[in-house]
Design a protein around this ligand. Sequence first.
Ligand SMILES: [Zn+2]
Length: 136
Amino acid sequence: MSEPLPSAPHTIDEFVRAYEDSGKLRGFRCPGCGLVTATWGLACSRCGAADLVETELAPTGKVAAYTVLSVPGDEFLNDAPYAYVVVELDGGGRVTGWMPTVRREADLAIGERVRFVPSYKPGVQFAKDPGPTATG
Ligand SMILES: [Zn+2]
């Protein structure tokens, strides 16, 4: 006899494709400790609680790390060079993505504000965020 597997709100495939379908970043919030994560999982990575609640993540954040790739995979063949970025989202969640507008190391900085841009291209695409004053 084995324990039944815990049920998940959706599959990993549905989760990673959600931003392509809905134009929104999805993640989970732990009702136990408040951790917000962009990573699909069945339990909280910090406190182990199993009742994670699906949540919409903020589309804005700041660059935590990045590097510029000049040798792309086939799906990004026409976009190289571009930046591969790790973004710390406002309100929690850390997402890996890419920025086609960044072509040199000097074009971006750690801590710079960026915004999620829904795209038909694979991956989570970000662009520099002009901030609330520029969006009107
Ligand atoms: Zn937790």
